[in-house]
Design a binder for this molecule. Structure first.
Ligand code: HEC
Ligand code: HEC
Length: 240
């Protein structure tokens, strides 16, 4: 896979996992590492998680080129500002758990023609990349990736998939987006040791599916929801 399989149009598509707010907001504190993260640190994370690979050295030409590109995209964005269309849209939480059985129906109807019934996608003829990237299996993102969280997957997919839709012309309902997220993220995918993540466990997002947690909700509920009750409990506990 490559970056643009997820950061659509090389990170320029509105709400297509867009890079527009990166140069203006990094370095920034992130709870997953509990540290100030620079752009190369954030990019390394996508290499190691979303691409399930190894990150090039921060000093390498490749990493320097990626940083230069991302900073260039944000060169007209003032420090701390987030331009309209950056990142991924946050979908409202459902008041029920996301449903893998309904999600499979959504997948079979709207996704499998390209991503394939087995989720493995389709390589291009030259074997240099994917015409349709994999959604699960050994070549997909690992369990430490952003898309493994249901909220990230659902928000991304609702406004970008099936291929051809935009944030103005979505095809899936919110429920379908959450359910297909549950189905895809319940399939087999590469493992990553996440024991170093979220050193402050109280900062874990409602849909981070691995304990320990400061609340008493199960890993199952942190994975599939309902998330609204978790988020409410977290707010009462003082989480921002
Ligand atoms: C499998 C999908 C996927 C792939 C492949 C991927 N990313 Fe990401 N990336 C994400 C997701 C999901 C996020 C988190 C977005 C969010 O939470 O709003 C993210 C976040 C980022 C961010 C931070 C964005 C921000 O506004 O804070 C940067 C920078 C980034 N990725 C760069 C890259 C680069 C460079 C590559 C290729 C080396 C890459 N990504 C590959 C899915 C992916
Ligand atoms: C018409 C073909 C097509 C259909 C149908 C389609 N996709 Fe995609 N999908 C793509 C292509 C192509 C990309 C990569 C985009 C790029 O590289 O510019 C992609 C990328 C993705 C990605 C990010 C990359 C990855 O592999 O993790 C996810 C997640 C995704 N699609 C989910 C879905 C879901 C869920 C559905 C059904 C609701 C769906 N897609 C339907 C063609 C399709």
């Amino acid at each position: 896979m490559n970056c643009q399989n997820c950061h659509l149009d090389a990170g320029t598509r509105p709400f297509g996992n867009n890079y527009g707010a990166v140069s203006s907001t990094y370095p920034k504190f992130r709870g997953r590492s509990a540290s100030m993260e620079s752009i190369p640190k954030r990019v390394s994370d996508c290499f190691e998680r979303s691409l399930n690979g190894k990150s090039p050295d921060p000093a390498s030409r490749e990493m320097q080129a990626i940083i230069a590109y991302i900073n260039w995209l944000g060169s007209n964005v003032k420090k701390t500002e987030k331009p309209l269309g950056f990142g991924i849209i946050d979908l409202p939480f459902l008041s029920r758990a996301a449903d893998t059985v309904k999600g499979k129906l959504v997948y079979d109807t709207h996704c499998s023609s390209c991503h394939q019934p087995g989720g493995q996608g389709v390589m291009n003829v030259a074997g240099t990349g994917y015409t349709y990237p994999p959604l699960w299996g050994e070549h997909s993102y690992n369990i430490g990736a952003g898309l493994f969280r249901l909220s990230r997957f659902a928000g991304y997919v609702k406004y970008n998939m099936p291929q051809g839709v935009t944030y103005v012309t979505p095809k899936l309902t919110d429920e379908e987006a959450w359910d297909v997220a549950a189905y895809v993220n319940s399939r087999q995918r590469p493992f990553k040791d996440l024991s170093g993540d979220w050193p402050d466990i109280s900062a874990k997002p409602a849909d981070h599916p691995f304990g320990p947690f400061t609340d008493s909700f199960s890993e199952q509920q942190h994975k599939f929801g309902p998330f609204d009750i978790i988020a409410d409990a977290q707010k009462k506990g003082g989480k921002k």
